[in-house]
Design a protein around this ligand. Structure first.
Ligand SMILES: NC(=O)c1ccc[n+]([C@@H]2O[C@H](COP(=O)([O-])OP(=O)(O)OC[C@H]3O[C@@H](n4cnc5c(N)ncnc54)[C@H](O)[C@@H]3O)[C@@H](O)[C@H]2O)c1
Ligand SMILES: [Zn+2]
Length: 358
């Protein structure tokens, strides 16, 4: 079992990572002195797999608990289902010292965190992430939110959990495609911050893809450490936190252009990292050898490295110009200098982006 502490003063919290620790959640929460009734928010897919273990662990630790189940899918991460969650919490009489647990992937984590941050102006919130993406990215850092019909993740809060409890064994039931998508964010941490970690991902690929417990605990722990370090220096993304967006300018444009139908988020980010590395190479900041290593690793994990036929570069560029990361028409990109270090580059020209896309 490994522990990473997110250092945010009196809002600091632990991320605990281990194999087969799911049924230890009740014991871990016991000393935290929450009100005795706990809500567990999940969806039918995840709840069928892991709900019973979590519920019996909570009961054994002396809590009474109830489940709030919302349908499975990104399209339910919205205001109406937030309202539903809040209604269930009110009906069950949760008070200001109560705790809500998110049991699931990023969708469940985001909507549950959002509901927890507004219920009675904020109650305790615990994340039990069950996808690789949620374990290395969405459960860490305190961004919560839901989608609006006019834009993705447009409504939300910064709200830190009290604990993140990660059992890597839950990844055994995850779709391969979702697992590989999560690997894009893991690779991202290597490129932006840790060359040695990047090398580990090259060398231990077989162990990781075989879901070897030790390898999984290592990559999740290191990913959480890197994200925690960056977030604790810049919680509200006024500066350095932006480096976490590497691969995401082009990635988001690709997702928008394909209406979130063709690529998973991780696939789009993998592609974005390759193409943004090309911008870095063309502008002379990144050596060709490093650029190739990035491409090779992303491809080796089964992620796309070039745009599919027929994707229009000019349309992608127009999406990037409309993105919330573009301010007053100035496009900012995160560009690798070498593996393990990136720079925030303001004022990247449209033409240079187009060249990388072709
Ligand atoms: N808050 C943040 O900082 C942040 C960061 C990145 C992404 N996000 C958000 O995260 C969401 C994507 O998260 P995701 O990729 O985890 O998707 P998801 O939550 O939709 O999960 C993917 C699928 O896997 C299923 N699933 C989850 N755990 C499982 C398991 N252990 N076994 C079998 N099936 C399982 C889910 O039911 C779902 O069908 C998006 O809404 C995105 O906006 C948030
Ligand atoms: Zn991402």
């Amino acid at each position: 079992m490994k522990k990473v502490t997110v250092d945010l003063g009196d809002r600091s919290y632990d991320i605990v990572i281990g194999c087969g620790i799911l049924s230890g959640i009740g014991e871990r929460l016991k000393p935290m002195r929450f009100s005795p009734k706990i809500a567990v928010v999940s969806n039918p897919t995840i709840y069928a797999l892991y709900g019973p273990q979590v519920m019996s662990s909570l009961k054994e630790a002396g809590f009474s608990c109830f489940a709030v189940i919302i349908p499975d899918g990104e399209e339910y991460k919205d205001y109406n289902w937030t309202y539903h969650i809040l209604t269930e919490l009110l009906k069950q009489g949760l008070d200001r010292n109560s705790c809500v647990i998110a049991l699931g992937g990023g969708v469940i984590g985001d909507i549950t965190g959002f509901a927890a941050s507004t219920y009675m102006r904020g109650i305790h919130f615990v994340q039990v992430p069950t996808t690789l993406l949620a374990q290395v990215d969405s459960s860490v850092g305190g961004k919560t939110g839901v989608n609006h019909s006019l834009g993705k993740n447009m409504v939300g809060t910064f709200y830190q959990p009290r604990l993140v409890w990660i059992d890597v064994n839950t990844l055994s039931t995850l779709r391969k495609r979702d697992f590989v998508g999560g690997m894009a964010e893991v690779i991202k941490y290597g490129i932006i911050h840790d060359a040695e970690f990047f090398e580990y991902l090259e060398k231990k690929m077989a162990n990781i893809l075989d879901l070897d417990g030790g390898a999984l605990v290592h990559i999740i722990r290191r990913s959480c450490e890197i994200k925690a370090e960056i977030v604790s220096q810049d919680e509200r993304e006024t500066g350095q936190r932006a480096i976490l967006n590497f691969g995401h300018n082009i990635g988001h444009a690709v997702e928008t252009e394909t209406r979130y139908q063709q690529y998973t988020h991780g696939e789009a980010v993998g592609l974005g990292m390759c193409l943004e590395s090309r911008i870095a190479e063309a502008s002379g900041t990144l050596k060709p050898d490093d650029r190739r290593r990035i491409d090779d690793l992303i491809a080796a994990y089964g992620l796309p490295v070039s745009l599919s036929q027929g994707m229009d570069a000019a349309r992608l560029l127009s999406h990037m110009k409309l993105d919330k990361k573009t301010v007053a028409g100035v496009m900012t990109f995160i560009l690798p200098k070498r593996i393990g270090e990136v720079v925030i580059k303001k004022g990247v020209k449209g033409d240079d982006v187009i060249k990388a896309l072709r």
